[in-house]
Design a binder for this molecule. Structure first.
Ligand code: HEM
Length: 429
């Protein structure tokens, strides 16, 4: 990926492109762009960080409706231990690098938020098995519609997020680039410890204006994505009422208590068909529910919805009966059926992407057990609904006609004290 001609694009598009390009090139472009406006200094860290790596919410701002506002820019770094390097060799230097990072940059969207996760392949390096209190299967296809899905088998996944692209790139360079110093703090060199697999860096963004600015991707004609949309498909998402608490997705028992599990599903989105073959009424029916479409409950990108879709979880029989009657079933309508005790069981931290010049979504999901993701994903697949109501496995089945799963990966995000090369027994030694 190359930086676009500065004069030909908006600032937002240019900064997103800089994040996608990454490395010193992306960082220099970002810094040069923002310096023109007296770039704010990087806020320094050093404060004590929450025990849960995934405890991001208390640092996030909330919008007028009380919904958490996710950080705007994201990078996923997939990393392997270099050949011959054992977890025990990497433990201390990696812990030192993470601690330097948190000393250099304040924790929060104005600075940096991060999680470090470990895959089943990483735990497979040890002789003993992963503590049985943790539900972390190998990644596998989860639906019949994804025969060519790639399964991530790398050791680690580091999710970095910030509202500031310059900070995100500086942090990444500090960890993996040639920078020995970050915001006045020395960062240990990790270059001997890690190896980078193919497709090791994935990037993206979320927030009103960003998808519209970055819609010039493969196969898109015109500029269909509305300016106000925080997500490519043109609707707000992540309402307070349809997100569980961080507590709900936290592992409650065993040596990894305080951690969580992470699933990352990469989806390509066929935006052209979504916007050009469907009108607002049809899009609302497929994204939310036919009832939402009939009653005109969703204005524009859903700015009138406040903090809830208003969807009430239905039983399978009721969903099938409704789908038979309506000839279509909504995405949110289906997945809400996976709620337990009134709360969804996965915490969505997804973001848009134009990786590979293709509009898509990195669906980052946190849950106490991987099974919670599978249950919710099965609800989205809606196989029983399709079988019982005569609608197709893709067409009129929520948004499935427009999204294509490309990759999946499973990770354990340990509590912070175990964030550097944990053993399967949940010790750091
Ligand atoms: C391009 C892909 C996707 C888009 C554009 C999308 C969009 C949306 C929207 C607009 C909502 C309603 C607003 C809200 O409740 O926050 C929603 C709800 C939801 N989606 Fe998705 N989604 C996508 C993929 C997925 C995937 C892969 C899953 C995984 C199972 C998922 C799980 C959920 C859940 C759990 C809810 C909340 C349901 C509830 O209220 O209980 N979504 N999504």
């Amino acid at each position: 990926m190359r930086l676009p001609n500065r004069a030909a694009v908006s600032r937002r598009e240019y900064l997103n492109a800089a994040v996608a390009v990454g490395g010193m090139t992306g960082l220099s472009a970002c810094v040069a762009e923002l310096d023109g406006d007296d770039r704010d200094p990087i806020p320094t860290g050093g404060e004590s960080l929450p025990d849960r790596q995934h405890a991001w919410n208390e640092t996030l701002s909330v919008d007028d409706d009380g919904n958490h506002v996710p950080p705007k820019h994201h990078v996923l770094r997939y990393v392997n231990l270099a050949e011959g390097v054992e977890p025990a060799d990497a433990r201390e230097p990696f812990a030192a690098a993470l601690s330097s990072l948190s000393e250099a940059i304040a924790w929060g969207p104005d600075g940096l938020l991060a999680t470090v996760g470990y895959s089943p392949a990483y735990f497979g390096r040890f002789e003993e098995s992963l503590d049985e209190s943790v539900d972390l299967p190998d990644p596998a296809p989860l639906t019949d519609l994804e025969s060519d899905v790639a399964l991530d088998a790398v050791d680690l996944l580091i999710h970095l997020a910030s509202d500031r692209p310059d900070i995100l790139l500086a942090a990444e360079e500090g960890l993996f680039g040639d920078r020995a110093e970050l915001n006045g703090v020395e960062i240990p060199d990790l270059s001997e410890l890690f190896a980078f697999p193919e497709y090791d860096r994935r990037t993206g963004f979320v927030g009103a204006g960003l998808p519209a600015d970055n819609q010039d991707t493969r196969g898109i004609s015109g500029e269909p994505v509305p300016e106000e949309a925080p997500f490519f498909m043109g609707f707000r998402s992540g309402f307070a009422e349809s997100q569980p608490s961080e507590e709900r997705v936290t592992i409650s028992e065993g040596p990894f208590a305080g951690g969580t599990t992470q699933h990352v599903e990469k989806l390509d989105i066929q935006l052209n068909a979504w916007f050009n073959q469907e009108n607002h009424h049809q899009r609302v029916a497929k994204m939310f529910s036919p009832h939402h479409a009939r009653e005109e409950l969703v204005e524009g990108v859903g700015e009138n919805l406040g903090s809830a879709t208003g969807i009430v979880p239905e039983t399978m029989d009721a969903l099938i009966a409704a789908a038979r009657e309506d000839g279509v079933v909504g995405h949110a309508q289906k997945v809400a059926a996976a709620r337990e005790d009134g709360q969804p069981i996965i915490l969505r931290r997804d973001f848009n992407t134009t990786d590979d010049k293709q509009a898509g979504l990195h669906f980052v999901s946190l849950q106490e057990e991987l099974t919670d993701f599978e249950k919710t994903r099965n609800a989205m697949t809606g196989r029983e609904i399709a079988g019982g109501s005569g609608i197709s496995s893709r067409v009129n089945n929520g948004i499935l006609q427009y999204v294509f799963v490309r990759r999946r990966g499973n990770f354990l995000i340990p509590p912070r004290e175990l964030q550097s090369m944990p053993t399967p027994a949940g010790t750091a030694e």
